[in-house]
Write a protein that binds this ligand. Structure first.
Ligand code: ADQ
Length: 477
């Protein structure tokens, strides 16, 4: 019998990376990430448990790996077979829901067998949560891979307080109605007491859909179910660990590395930076096209201006991602072929993952950061860049379709679909006078310092109720 927890986090992935020792022994290291940073204090004080997948595959019917301790909270692995990874994760989650929820910028694909696996895996996560949660515990379910968990869990454990947070956008009526299992997905989410979104727009879409898909009564942000239970929807814009990034940015090593990066690039007058997961929602191609046209019109030139694009490998077993990688690499080759010089490429393209210190050094080295998603729940890169600019320098070009634009209002806002507009905005950001640059950056930094990821977690848990908030505060102050 396991020790029960008063707080359970349920997310697709456990917040750990596998480390294989020289003798082949396997240990786990906490992976960097905002969610685990935000949850760690509260999970520690409440003997919390995090339920999720380890990222590998198990043979069908194999026993689940045993729960284990990470620092001071417990991890409970949920096993997936390779067929489930294909159908639940790469299929329904990343080929049906991900594109549909991102304005269908790539067509969403639907297969019935993907849905069956999605249901089965959601049931497995819900059962694990039901086993781990103490009487009256709080369970916080994360993201689009697990939208059925709140209702499945409520059926097993009506005593729990259940929260759900969606990290990606929640789509409008016209798009959501394409989802073959739209009513089941809505019912799944409505198993929660509180459903959180990144932006007020997501909240509005959700309440609207509860009315139209399920014929439920709503009042403001509250949905009233047939049995009298109330579900509240609200916006909780996620943030980052601002203090950690500031600490890194202040360190002598990171500052020296930032200088070195600029030297290695030939000390350009303007360094334009992009950092993204390689994903078709991030608008990487739009940004390259804008840059290429500005070079071809002579409004920007190499070696005065160079661009660094870091693209983290992601989900490359999914077809859309393979073709994106090919397109991006072809475009980089084209720009460099036409506008690079011997020893000075116009675009430095890095298809690699970096540690936090190296990313922070890149943020500190840049003059202009370009964040141009066609649709994005929040976009933490934009916030990380701002937090890293302890010198109040650097400009941010930010898409109107990223959740972050609601808060980073002093960014140079752009519509990445409007190529001429994007080019104009990029030039304005490159040429902005120093006083203006500093004023904008100062205001954005001030906002972020008051709205970090701990505050995000605390405000969600407070709204969800129970005594987590008090315990969180006690653990912090
Ligand atoms: P993502 O789509 O993954 O997240 P984002 O918010 O930009 O996107 O976060 C990416 C994270 O990966 C950042 O913390 C960034 O530092 C890191 N990263 C990027 N490139 C890297 C590299 N080369 N090496 C190492 N780390 C790298 C989803 C939603 C977003 C939402 C977040 C959080 O799609 O809209 O902001 O969840 O809710």
């Amino acid at each position: 019998m396991s020790a029960k927890s008063s707080l359970v986090v349920v997310a697709n992935r456990l917040p750990v990376d596998r480390v294989t020792g020289p003798d082949g022994s396997v240990t786990w290291r906490r992976s960097p990430g905002g969610l685990v940073t935000a949850m760690q204090p509260v999970l520690s004080t409440q003997r919390g448990t995090w339920i999720g997948w380890l990222g590998d595959t198990s043979p069908h019917g194999a026993p689940a790996p045993e729960p284990f301790q990470l620092e001071d909270f417990r991890l409970r692995p949920v096993p997936l077979t390779s067929e489930e990874v294909t159908r639940y994760y790469e299929g329904f989650s990343n080929s049906s829901l991900w594109p549909l929820y991102h304005d269908a910028v790539e067509p969403a694909l639907f297969k019935r067998r993907w849905w069956d696996a999605y249901q089965r895996v959601n049931q497995r996560f819900a059962e694990a949560a039901a086993e781990e949660a103490a009487d009256g515990a709080t369970v916080w379910v994360q993201d689009y891979q697990l939208q059925l968990v709140p209702d499945l869990l409520r059926q097993m454990r009506p005593d729990l307080r259940i929260g759900f947070f969606l990290h990606i956008p929640f789509p409008p009526f016209e798009l959501f109605m394409q989802l073959p299992r739209r009513a089941e997905v809505m019912r799944g989410l409505l198993g929660a007491d509180l459903v959180g979104f990144q932006r007020p727009l997501g909240t509005r879409n959700f309440v609207n859909l509860a009315r139209h898909v399920l014929d439920l009564k709503t009042h403001g942000n509250t949905v009233l179910l047939e049995d009298g239970r109330k579900v509240v929807a609200d916006a909780f814009p996620i943030s980052i660990d601002v203090a950690e990034i500031e600490r890194l940015a202040q360190s002598a090593e990171v500052q020296a590395r930032a200088k070195q990066i600029r030297t290695d690039l030939g000390d350009p007058k303007t360094l334009i930076l992009g950092v993204d997961r390689l994903d078709y929602t991030k608008g990487i191609e739009r940004r390259f096209k804008a840059f290429r046209e500005l070079l071809s019109e002579g409004r920007l030139s190499v070696p005065d201006t160079v661009m660094v694009q870091v693209a983290t490998p992601s989900r490359e077993r999914v077809e859309h991602y393979q073709s994106l990688r090919n397109k991006v690499e072809r475009e980089v080759g084209r720009i460099n072929g036409e506008y690079g010089q011997v020893g000075v490429p116009a675009v430095h393209y890095l298809h690699q993952s970096y540690n936090r210190a190296e990313l922070t050094a890149l943020y500190c080295a840049a003059d202009v950061m370009v964040v141009t998603p066609l649709r994005d729940g929040m976009n933490l890169v934009a916030k990380e860049y701002v937090a890293a600019r302890i010198d109040d320098r650097g400009t941010l070009v930010l898409s109107e379709f990223a959740g972050a634009i609601d808060e980073l209002r002093q960014a140079f806002a752009c519509n990445p679909h409007d190529l001429d507009g994007l080019k104009q905005t990029l030039l304005r950001a490159v040429r902005a006078p120093e006083a203006e640059v500093r004023r904008r950056m100062r205001m954005m930094r001030r906002h972020l310092r008051a709205h970090d990821v701990e505050r995000w977690a605390a405000s969600f848990l407070t709204a969800l109720g129970g005594d987590n908030h008090t315990q969180l505060q006690n653990s912090r102050f």
